[in-house]
Design a protein around this ligand. Structure first.
Ligand code: SF4
Ligand code: SF4
Length: 98
């Protein structure tokens, strides 16, 4: 039987208001993907005036940034993360290089 993973780290805040998943500084995607291999950009970001209708809060579904101290086997192990403007338009600012 397939197992559904519900224990994703939460996106506790996102200050990228121009993203279509952002409402009131919370992310309303079901899950986001983070990374490039060494850059913690939110790969789910897209600029839009429309807003997603899902009212739950996002988790980190996958993260490819294996140089982050919270990353184990391409999964985020932080309890939660914050996304903000950074080097890229939307970055995981919880990122810490090992
Ligand atoms: S930039 Fe990323 S974390 Fe922020 S609202 Fe958009 S998809 Fe969610
Ligand atoms: S804290 Fe590190 S492992 Fe978690 S999403 Fe951000 S960059 Fe990826």
């Amino acid at each position: 039987m397939e197992r559904i993973c519900l224990d994703m780290p939460r996106v506790s805040r996102c200050n990228v208001a121009e993203c279509g998943y952002n409402m009131d500084n919370f992310c309303h995607a079901r899950a986001i993907t983070v990374g490039g291999r060494d850059r913690p950009a939110c790969d789910t970001f897209f600029q839009s005036d429309q807003r997603a209708e899902y009212d739950g809060l996002a988790g980190v579904g996958a993260c490819r940034v294996d140089v982050c101290m919270y990353n184990e086997s391409f999964e985020c192990q932080a309890p939660n993360i914050v996304v903000d403007h950074g080097q890229d338009q939307a970055d995981c600012v919880t990122f810490q290089r090992r």
